[in-house]
Design a binder for this molecule. Sequence first.
Ligand code: SF4
Length: 599
Amino acid sequence: MNVGGIPLGGDNPIRLQSMTSTSTMDTTGSVGQTLRIVEAGGEYVRLTTQGVREAENLRNINAELRGKGCNVPLVADVHFNAAVADVAATVAEKVRINPGNYVDPGRKFKHIEYTDEEYADEIKKIEARFVPFLNICKENNTAIRIGVNHGSLSDRIMSRYGDTPEGMVESCMEFLRICVKENFMDVVISIKASNTVVMVRTVRLLVDVMEKENMSFPIHLGVTEEGDGEDGRIKSAAGIGALLCDGLGDTIRVSLSEEPEEEIPVGKKLRDYVLQRNGHLYIPAEESNKYDYLRPTRRETVAAGNIGGNNLPVVISSGMPGCPKIDTEKCDLMPDYIYCGGQMPETTIEGISYIVDVTSWNGAPNTYPAFSTYGESANMLPFMGMCKAPLKFLFATYVTMTEEVRACLKLHPEVVVISQSNHQNRLGEHRALIHDMMNNNLKNPVIVFQHYGDTDMEDLQIKSAADMGALCIDGFVDGIYLHAPKDMTSTAYGILQATRLRTTRTEYISCPGCGRTLYNLQETLKKIREATGHLKGLKIAVMGCIVNGPGEMADADYGYVGAAAGKVSLYRRKECVEKNIPAEEAVERLIELIESDMK
Ligand code: SF4
């Protein structure tokens, strides 16, 4: 499809984009930020366009950018006002509309009963308003994005489909069918959620539904309200990475609560890392019919010790000589197990179990032996039955899953497989091993091992989350073992939290900020983090504005939402419990609210 001078979809590169956080009425500020995004490698820049004034001012921003030799396509982000989209379509290269509020009114969380005729009438109303907009886009060569957000589905869709991937997909398909009928094909689609599991499942379902209706529109990938720092990077890489690894996605936006230009290098690293596996050697494997790609559930396993079955996935860290030491003073999260290689641990940390190569294991309490399907230790496999440990580990690769290994696993339910891969497409090989186990009815738990040589923590977070995201979301992971020159314990827990498998920290659902933001988002998020970091398991939303914030903070337990200049409203789930309080008092009042609920 055509978007200004930068085509999208098909064989074109996966495009990187970001969104300004300036007011779109601030021409100088918006131009400056756009230039910084472009300099960082951004290929499209989106600007919030809340009214006709902002849509008109895109003309000035556009002119100033072109005057400076910058031809980046501008994308107008429109919510709640179809008339604004009409104006924006005459100025911007692309207009994003949200099907949840384009014609349907903003969400009031009301249940509305429709007969089939009434529902069809509503679709006709959308068509009557949408077609003139498409005509303006056709006249001006303007592309569109149909951007569905989990948090802003209309009451109409929610009433008929509920808060489901099917509802999000239908919300998008209603608009796509009109585009096809009108022969308007410059369309990209997005389906975003702050919950990576919902986002990945919904995009997969959308692609499936589109294919059934002979559509192949390009896809924009993003996780909303990702937060900042390590959590934001891990959440983006796990969600967006899972879909890129599936071969889905034509443009990506990593939305961090940081400066917009900081999103681009993160997106670039993620994209380039996933693309490294292009052209990899074929992995001959058979997909298990027990696995449903569109609606994956956790693989059925029998617990071995505290691993698999209904247990939460565990974290293993490396404790071989030369590995980074786990700082028990500083770390708030300890691994469940430490793998020591061929040496029994000299000292142990209370509460942690140790894994030692079987050739060195001496049966000391709280230590467990590790066997292997390859190398010298493979000779020990026939003696597994003689080893009396209640829990054993087996390092295995897909290619070493022989009949002998399968028979051994069948005989020994106390064995946990640690899946390893050196393949160019590690994800594919881990998947192949797990499908092989499913096909052979092996219920031993699987821990996925990944190793990295990088020393930069951001690289490690992005790569490991991209490698693990799809496996976690597919329900294949009973534990994670990340090995690198840096201690990866915190990252492993971050991946489990980002994929909703194990919660060990407070989760922050914070919007990236845009021209509607009513306070200093980054500073406020920092203050809230400092004050609430100990409240593990709670989801706290920090949203820049009341227009989209309450809808888009999805399943947060508490919300801190900009209500007006200098004013904040506090939410308990979807309910506003304190309105328009002065911003200076708002963080304290949020803590008081949470503490009083906890009494
Ligand atoms: S919640 Fe409001 S301020 Fe934050 S990104 Fe969305 S529209 Fe912008």
